[in-house]
Ligand binder design. Structure first.
Ligand code: IMP
Ligand code: MG
Length: 180
């Protein structure tokens, strides 16, 4: 089978150490005794598992399963919540955990949705950000890595539901890249 991805863009070691730093920053910034971490599935599962274990605060874990048009590489901005949270978030400190902020449409949609439930605070943490692709200027308080405008896979991120289990981040089809 043809391998559709190249060598690591971000290695497993770099991921691990950056996520530990993010965990420290979050632990330091929050004085909350009631933090709810909202993981956006499926893409955020690997990052989420590392991040939650790097945070030294009482944490409630919860998840949302969403499907965005962006997953099909369209930009209509429609986000569908397939499975909602099981927890109430009213009056609690909510941290939204995303795999990647690309156009910004998903984060905008989810922060609007969660704001309506009147959390005490709401912030966003993303493993990756592609600033060159941004269509909406969204607030993202914690960013693991800013990456160039390439389609990436691994560490939870997929191409047609494959490669989520790659232990590092790689560019899909590097032969299509200008630099190659
Ligand atoms: P948005 O454009 O910011 O709404 O990003 C929506 C979603 O598109 C992300 O949560 C990812 O699931 C997916 N996505 C965007 N860029 C990539 C990529 O480079 N690799 C894999 N998934 C991506
Ligand atoms: Mg996603």
């Amino acid at each position: 089978m043809t391998q559709l991805y190249g060598k690591p863009l971000v290695t497993q070691e770099a991921m691990r150490s950056r996520i530990k730093e993010l965990g420290k920053d979050i632990t330091h910034d929050y004085h909350s005794q009631d933090l709810v971490m909202v993981g956006v599935l499926k893409g955020a599962f690997a990052f989420y598992a590392d991040l939650v274990r790097a945070i030294r605060l009482p944490v409630t874990v919860d998840f949302m399963i969403v499907k965005s048009q962006a997953n099909q590489r369209k930009v209509s901005g429609k986000v569908k919540v397939v499975t909602d949270l099981t927890e109430e978030v009213t009056g609690r400190d909510v941290l939204l955990v995303e795999d990647i902020v690309d156009s910004g449409l998903t984060v905008q949609y989810l922060t609007k949705l969660l704001s309506k439930r009147k959390p005490r605070s709401l912030r966003t943490c993303t493993l990756l950000s592609k600033p060159a692709r941004r269509q909406i200027d969204v607030n993202v308080e914690y960013i693991g890595f800013e990456i160039p405008n390439h389609y990436v896979v691994g560490y939870g991120l997929d191409y047609q539901q494959q490669y989520r289990n790659l232990p590092y981040l790689a560019v899909l089809d590097p032969k299509g890249m200008d630099a190659e």
